[in-house]
Ligand binder design. Sequence first.
Ligand code: ADP
Ligand code: AMP
Length: 214
Amino acid sequence: MKIIMLGAPGAGKGTQAKRLADRLGIPHISTGDIFRANIKNGTDLGKKAKAFMDAGGLVPDSLTLELVMDRIGQEDCKDGYVFDGFPRTIPQAEALESALTAIGQKIDFAVDIDVPDENIVNRMGGRRACLQCGATYHLVYAAPKKEGVCDRCEGSLTLRDDDKPETVKKRLEVYHQQTQPLIDFYQSRDCLVRVDGTKDVEEVFLSILELLGV
Ligand code: ADP
Ligand code: AMP
């Protein structure tokens, strides 16, 4: 099954994508995680992406598409994947559609996790991420067992630079301008489903499973 998670930054895409990918036994592909890993490893891609990410903007489509096309061509993607944070622009969605059409495939579901802007700043301010393994926590809603330490790998947890309030505001603007139009795009492809992302994590997950019929 090929699934796209849509929603504002902080809506819970990563949280739900990881669970869904585990449940379905398919890879979770987060373009944000891939960019952050490249920044950490000092690669060329990381150097190019960093300035855009720090400013709360989007990495150019050309860079993003190259890495995604390469990723979905890998063996573990043959039975599907859950995209998290991709596509984020109409050109990205169109490029993905063309690439899939060329091999007789299509996206099965685009899941929009709906969370109003007023909840987002709170979500992002409390988010703590493990830079070592990518696990995500929340100070209030999903606290780690030991403060500041990842439950999974014991890496240290940090507030992402782009989760600071001034950058979050910019990221929300970019979301409304460039990413929200994807809701209509996937509606017109008859694969859009929507969930109320203000409910707790488990409830949101159960709603998604029901909508996907899995
Ligand atoms: P996204 O991938 O859309 O940016 P995340 O999955 O990283 O969002 O979630 C953002 C923050 O909100 C994280 O700290 C996460 O633990 C928390 N979170 C995710 N889903 C919920 C929920 N349903 N209720 C409360 N907090 C949530
Ligand atoms: P995320 O982890 O999904 O919140 O992404 C963090 C940042 O990475 C975004 O604010 C963008 O700067 C960049 N990014 C992630 N995915 C994409 C994408 N599909 N297109 C462009 N930029 C992206």
